[in-house]
Design a protein around this ligand. Structure first.
Ligand code: DPP
Ligand code: ZN
Length: 862
């Protein structure tokens, strides 16, 4: 298990200028012919090293000379060819076995479809190549296959020709005029249905758009197509970026390790992020499709035209592209609710990762397996780092900076340093210290306190940065960050911020850079309330015991601070209950005030009314005790439901319209609030509410409502649940995307016996351990279900460990994702730690363990 370090990075000795590929796809194997024009970049290089894994090499020629075995060296994962010329033509014939490819990297079969996944290092499983992102090549691809089996033959770029051949075969020739790294290569062959459309770019070029899927699913592609066209328009308007080919194709496949992939002109998607209709997809699914379609489209400029120098630079394209898709979703929907969703996801996933044994900087400096670094940190924290620069520069200057970025680096493989250079060119402040966000790990804490001086009408704000040590226990340095704040008067209005002690990058944004700031604000006529980190301007944890939660919940004009006040008040209330206190009456009242405030928009209200999750509370415990949290959580829901029973019930009735399954913001907001209220009411244990929930399950036409009702019945009304679950299963058993939801409901159940049910469901005919979505839904949901996973018996740990070992032999990427479930190991009680430790050792000592799982498990055990 070898570690790779950024400091060892060197430019490639050779590059591949052109690559012409021919694929002959047959039932049991595929023959690949690869002709590369090689150019030497390092004059002293004498040997060409090509990456290759699991390839059957047949023949090699160098400049038309056939090599015999003495003329090259074949290692397990490489081919070494002596080469002492500045230019050469290499021709290689090899064979691959897509049917046996269960890792789903390179060329593989998903159902009846041949498809590829090459990021980060899959191309070396197709043919020998210099498989690294800083080698950019022009690709031409010829595909030959049975016309009956594979009427559709796709690759990157533009279609240059087709022909019918003998023996029922046909061919398609694709040419991508734009040089790209091999990780963006893609090929699809199969019998697929499709929908088509066109988009005219801002300079008047017509682009043909198509979305391909399994036959019969065409009608579920329209939302994805609308999302694509909106994305293309948005990127022109917002960033001045135009699409650059004649064709844009998207293909949906069922077996896919990740969410989707931005291959040049031929995106390949997990079908979860393409297919949707009102009967089968939740509102969250529709939103997810819009954002992932946009994400992959935006990669065409941030990722494909400008790519990464090496994989340590992954956040260059991912952090930036996540930031872009978040802004797109905010523009398409509601800026506030989008921001709250993004912050919630960041804190539930990334903050947890950053606090645990697998923490890493957004730009790591070493890795064993790069696939383990497609993380919430690289993606979502990466996006927050970009957002901080956006906040500092402001919209217009940020656009000028990105214009420069595109102008300076188009067609190149660069790093975050280059991006920062473009940002610095427009920044009002020096960004050198800001760069620490790229190299340090863990979440900083801002400790804030204040003192009001009535005699001089001044407020002194003291801000202390607490910087945790990194995973190696080394000290880290303070960050620079934009901190958006307000000082509020009694009526909620804001005092203008005037101070000589700090740089104000905007009217309401102070630039923090020291570990201790003491900032005197002048002309504050009476003691103000503090409104901190508005809009979540910096990805930090705030500690401040002066916050007036009820006041902020009711009066703050910043939606995030309003939400955050309720969230923090909820945490404090629950933690007091966990320590034996009674429910805080002030919290109940503030909660009721939000609940009954008719002026709050439904989606936002549903977000504010969400109680802090079990994950949030676990994260704050020194020693994790799930039962204590779970009991307090259930009790608080009950108290709220009983206190506001009639208000909730009548509000619920007003919101419920069973025949409305429309996909618009207002309808989605109503459903979200309705589902939130139903969830609270169900915890009250009232027969009539149970019956109501069951009727919502049967009557509702929207999947969001049906699924929530099913989940609530499962957890609170077991007598009614089994009938509903059977009904759901019968109705959707042939639709694997919906079966994912069924498995997730069962595996997330807080009832006793969940593990036994999950184990039994593995035998269900709708389940398949080789399909990543199904594994994530059944086994992954179980591992994320704190009540079942941390069961005192230790059986949850053992079950997941067995699955990690079993799945590792099939698909190491999926197995290592699952192994992340053990990352709370350092924070367990003595007894639970002993139980989990045995399982972790068992995994670690398993023979033939993949690098992927080894890296995760060994970090956890360290
Ligand atoms: N590059 C892919 C993405 O869009 C990897 N799944 O994030
Ligand atoms: Zn991406």
């Amino acid at each position: 298990h070898k570690t790779i370090y950024y400091k060892d990075y060197l430019p490639s000795d050779y590059t591949v200028v052109n690559c012409s590929l021919e694929f002959i796809i047959e039932e049991s194997s595929t023959r690949v012919e690869n002709i590369m024009e090689i150019r030497r970049q390092n004059p002293s290089a004498k040997e060409l090293r090509l990456d290759g894994e699991k390839l059957d090499l047949e023949l090699i020629w160098v400049n038309d000379v056939l090599l015999d075995e003495t003329m090259y060296t074949k290692e397990e994962n490489a081919l070494l060819i002596p080469l002492d010329t500045d230019e050469a033509r290499i021709r290689i014939i090899n064979r691959i076995y897509p049917d046996e490819n269960t890792e789903l990297e390179g060329l593989y079969r998903s159902g009846g479809i041949w498809c590829t996944q090459n990021e980060p290092e899959g191309f070396r499983r197709i043919t020998y190549f210099i498989d690294r992102p800083d080698v950019m090549t022009k690709f031409t691809t010829k595909i030959i296959a049975s016309k009956e089996r594979c009427p559709v033959l796709l690759s990157n770029g533009n279609l240059r020709g087709t022909a019918t051949l003998d023996n029922g075969k046909h061919l398609a020739l694709w040419e991508d005029p734009i040089p790209k790294p091999s990780y963006l290569f893609a090929l699809v062959a199969g019998d697929l249905g499709s929908i088509t459309d066109t988009f005219t770019t801002m300079s008047g070029k017509k682009v043909d758009l198509a979305i391909y899927c399994d036959r019969g699913n065409e009608d579920k592609c329209h939302h994805a197509m609308r999302s694509l066209k909106k994305s293309m328009e948005w990127d022109e308007y917002t960033y001045g970026r135009e699409y650059d080919l004649e064709i844009y194709n998207i293909v949906a496949v069922d077996s896919f390790n990740m969410g989707a992939m931005e291959n040049k002109g031929l995106n390949i998607f997990n079908s979860h992020y393409v297919l949707a209709d009102e009967d089968t997809a939740t509102d969250a699914d529709f939103m997810g499709i819009e954002s992932v379609i946009a994400h992959e489209y935006f990669h065409n400029w941030t990722g494909n035209r400008i790519t990464c120098r090496n994989w340590f630079e992954l956040t260059l394209k991912e952090g930036l592209t996540v930031f872009r898709d978040q802004c797109f979703s905010a523009d398409m929907n509601s800026e506030l609710t989008q921001r709250l969703d993004d912050v919630r996801a960041l804190r539930e996933r990334q903050f947890v990762e950053d606090a645990g044994p697998t923490a890493h900087p957004i730009k790591p400096d070493h890795y064993m397996e790069i696939n383990n670094f497609y993380t919430a940190t690289v993606y979502e924290k990466g996006a927050e780092v970009i957002r901080m620069m956006y906040t500092v520069l402001g919209r217009e200057k940020f656009r000028e900076a990105t214009d420069s970025y595109f102008e300076w680096y188009d067609g190149k493989a660069v790093g975050t340093e280059e991006f920062l250079k473009a940002m610095q060119s427009q920044s009002p402040v020096d960004l050198s210290q800001f760069k620490r966000w790229y190299s340090q790990e863990r979440t900083p804490v801002l400790n804030v306190s204040s003192q009001y001086r009535p005699e001089s009408a001044e407020l002194v704000l003291k801000i202390n940065q607490i910087i945790p040590n990194n995973t190696k226990n080394h000290e880290q340095l303070p960050y620079a960050m934009p901190f958006r704040i307000a000082l509020l008067a009694e009526d909620g209005s804001e005092y203008p911020l005037k101070s000589d002690d700090v740089t104000l990058v905007h009217r309401d944004v102070v630039w923090l850079e020291k570990s201790v700031h003491e900032i005197v604000f002048k002309d504050i006529s009476s003691a103000p309330r503090l409104s901190l980190n508005r809009g979540f301007s910096a990805p930090v944890i705030i500690e401040c015991d002066e916050l007036d939660y009820p006041f902020l919940m009711a009066n703050d004009r910043d939606g995030f601070v309003r939400y955050e006040a309720a969230h923090q008040f909820g945490i404090e209330t629950l933690e007091a209950m966990m320590n034996g206190a009674e429910v805080n009456e002030h919290y109940i009242e503030s909660y009721g005030a939000i609940l009954c405030d008719g002026s709050i928009e439904a989606m936002f209200k549903s977000q504010i009314l969400e109680l802090p999750t079990l994950t949030t509370l676990m994260q704050r415990q020194a020693v994790i005790d799930v039962d204590v949290i779970f009991n307090a959580h259930e009790k608080l829901k009950q108290v709220l439901a009983r206190r506001y029973f009639s208000e909730m019930l009548s509000m619920l009735e007003g919101l419920y319209n069973p025949s409305n399954a429309h996909i618009d913001g207002v309808s989605m907001g109503k459903r979200a609030l309705k589902n939130r209220l139903l969830g609270l009411l169900m915890s009250a244990g009232d027969e009539s509410v149970n019956a109501l929930c069951l009727s919502h399950y049967h009557e509702s036409l929207s999947m969001s409502e049906r699924l929530t009702a099913l989940d609530l019945l499962e957890n609170y009304a077991p007598d009614l649940a089994s009938g509903a679950l059977d009904d759901f299963y019968r109705r959707y058993q042939d639709q694997t995307l919906v079966m994912n939801k069924y498995f997730a409901v069962c595996a997330s159940s807080r009832r006793e016996g969940t593990m036994e049910r999950v184990a039994a469901l593995q035998e269900n005919s709708a389940y398949d351990v080789k399909v990543p979505n199904l594994v994530r839904s059944l086994i992954g949901s179980f591992a994320r279900n704190p009540v079942a996973f941390y069961h005192r018996s230790g059986t949850g740990f053992r079950f997941v460990a067995e699955k990690v070992i079993e799945i590792d032999a099939i698909n190491p990427q999926i197995a290592s994702g699952l192994a992340g479930a053990f990352k709370n190991y350092p924070k367990l009680s003595h007894e639970q730690k002993a139980q989990m430790g045995i399982e972790l050792e068992r995994i670690k000592n398993h023979p033939d363990l993949s690098n992927n799982v080894y890296e995760i498990v060994s970090k956890i055990l360290e």
